[in-house]
Design a protein around this ligand. Structure first.
Ligand code: FEO
Length: 396
């Protein structure tokens, strides 16, 4: 299908609605969109390819858009296979096209494909430009957003940033590709934060470096490799990225992550939630056994306070809590206030183990620990009241 986005920039990407796990790891209940763009100018340029899963639709879209014109350039911003899997196919079909990419990306493309595209490649670095006619692209290095080879490009005629994985999101909107037509900002924010925090989250400094470069440009459109295209309100997306990359919470409330075996630890988590509600402190409870960790990591980027409640299990924490904490550490989120609730019938040790596990995180661990002995008795209720009061002291 030929699908114009604006000016002479066309959409040739596609979505995969049958895949349930992105990278075989992250749930994508509404599928995943692999964006690719084609600029039709004096010279034609395809900006990135797509995932193997959407091969037929993607190649047909290019054909429908070019309508017999030759393809002059294939520009590759990011060599991860969800965007580079179809490079060989494109270069096979469009035999005179030149591959334009960073030197490191070329190395990765050759490694993945088992071929050597060096003779067909023009390598570019930060500051290099490529004129297509009316449109001109300038390249900006964006290492570790999300791999080391990544470049983004700025198109000066339309003030468009082709941002690679940055500003991408999970899911595939029905119908419109454009932010101006999407149903609401919250749906973009939730899935973009989940994508960001789980995939790029630990590279906050690199994202900040890219944002600093972008701040010198007049950006009116952002075209990422996944999800919605920002045809307006780019400042909204940039302000969210600014918060996430600096690990600034969007919500001063409390995320309560709990595991429970016989509902007693859940009772403690629910009691804390109820007490916080009485104090008008926003909070959210999440059962780690029934919530994919990617959603909880996203919540950890959103909330300022995190309380983790775990039964003691083999003298340690509950296994699913350990799995969550392992991801939390890898996300590299900093500046959170973290508290603990432990439960144990004869030797409660979950809190000490959780604290030790997280000890090298840059976080505030000063909240009082709650110890539940099997079930919540009066002493336990008092401890949870104290914990709620300690959290509330920040709100007064
Ligand atoms: Fe969408 Fe890092 O690939």
């Amino acid at each position: 299908m030929k699908r114009r986005i604006f000016d002479s920039i066309y959409y040739v990407g596609a979505c995969d609605k049958s895949k349930t796990l992105f990278e075989n790891l992250f749930p994508i209940p509404s599928g995943m969109r692999y964006n690719s763009y084609l600029i039709d100018d004096e010279k034609t340029a395809l900006l990135d390819t797509a995932d193997e899963a959407v091969r037929d639709e993607f190649l047909q879209n290019i054909k429908d858009t070019l309508k017999g014109k030759p393809l002059d350039y294939l520009i590759v911003h990011h060599a991860e296979p969800d965007h580079s899997a179809l490079i060989s196919s494109v270069l096979d079909i469009y035999k005179t096209a030149t591959l334009v990419t960073s030197p490191t990306a070329l190395k990765f493309i050759n490694q993945f494909s088992g071929k050597d595209f060096t003779d067909r490649t023009k390598t570019v670095k930060e500051g290099d430009t490529l004129s297509l006619g009316k449109h001109s692209l300038s390249f900006i290095a964006a290492p570790m957003v999300h791999w080391p080879e990544v470049i983004v490009s700025y198109e000066s005629a339309t003030h468009s940033l082709f941002s690679a994985d940055a500003f991408g999101s999970f899911g595939s909107e029905q119908g419109s590709l454009l932010f101006s037509s999407s149903k609401n900002r919250d749906s973009w924010t939730d899935e973009a934060r989940r994508y960001y925090s789980n995939i790029v989250g630990r590279f906050g400094n690199n994202v900040t470096a890219l944002l600093n470069k972008a701040a010198k440009l007049k950006i009116e459109k952002i075209l990422p490799l996944h999800g919605i295209i920002f045809d307006k309100d780019c400042d909204f997306a940039i302000s969210k990225y600014s918060k996430w990359s600096s690990y600034t919470p969007e919500n001063n409330g409390v995320l309560i992550v709990y595991a429970t075996m016989y509902k007693n630890t859940k009772y403690a988590a629910d009691l804390l939630s109820a007490l916080l509600c009485e104090k008008n402190i926003p909070n959210k409870t999440v059962d780690v056994s029934y919530t994919d960790i990617s959603y909880i990591i996203s919540d950890c980027f959103e909330y300022k306070n995190i309380v983790i409640a775990s039964p003691t299990y083999y003298g340690n924490m509950f296994p699913k809590i350990e799995q969550f904490l392992s991801h939390l550490k890898k996300s590299a989120v900093i500046g959170r206030r973290i508290g603990f609730i432990e439960n144990g019938t004869w030797a409660p040790t979950a809190a000490k183990n959780m604290k030790d596990f997280l000890a090298d995180m840059k976080a505030d661990f000063s909240l009082p620990t709650v110890t539940v002995k099997s079930s919540c008795d009066e002493n336990c209720i008092k401890q949870i009241e104290n914990l709620a009061a300690a959290i509330a002291s920040d709100f007064s």
